[in-house]
Design a protein around this ligand. Sequence first.
Ligand SMILES: [Zn+2]
Length: 288
Amino acid sequence: MNRRTLALVLTGFCLAPLAAAQQDFSAVEIMLHDVAGNVRYLEGSGGNIGLLAGDDGVLLIDDQYAPLTDKIVAAIRKVSDQPIRFVINTHMHPDHTGGNENLGRMGAMIVGHDNVRAQMAKAGYAETPPFVTFSEDVTFHVNGETVHVFKVPEAHTNGDSFIWFENANVIHTGDVFRTTGYPYIDTGNGGSFLGTIRAWDLLIDLSASGAKIIPGHGVATDVEEVRSARAMLLDVRDKVRQAIAAGMTLEQAQGAGLTAAHDPRYKSDSRLATPEALVAAAYKDLAE
Ligand SMILES: [Zn+2]
């Protein structure tokens, strides 16, 4: 039994991105989207890749899966022939860190929060972790941009960062915020329901002046979408709190239709970001 299998058996939890080895990437197309100024993002399979190009070299945020690196580099070459110098990992998951090894070999510095590296080891991930880590924040001064990278409260995992391009006024949120459905709170890797509310509050403060938001998955958006999602999350929090006060077990709370009002907008075909998983994450924080 290898380390990864052991980790899965121990946690009894199978993360979808681990299926990367069986996934067929041949049909995946990498699409380039402009956001603001020199900031763009690449859509393919896995998390959205932030891209800042310029004379100082290319800075990327996340790198999807290893089999896609050639296609990703080809897409970058449409806007820049400069070397890829920096890759910032928003968090640990394989659909955001799978290209680390390839890009590291090409000379990129891979950067992430201390917990990204530590938790990848703990979870037994085969992906290469960041080899430069920080505890609170780090700032890049490249391509005429000031790029603030900073840890946010435990939300999607225990090692989430936001990346704020100050001049272009664009924020990459990693999977703390996604436009594709309910938030996925990976409690097995230190994620937290109440921490997600705190991280979204921070995102609202930061984007209220009109920043564009690149979500971990989905399409570029702005503060209004975060405000509606926050209202949904507060409603789910209140309903789960009432269920706990009424003496419901987790299973009863999951079967009580607490998210029904929001399912038409937020329920997706994700195996992970389900209403039941959201209620479980809320229950875990609120029952303590
Ligand atoms: Zn993720």
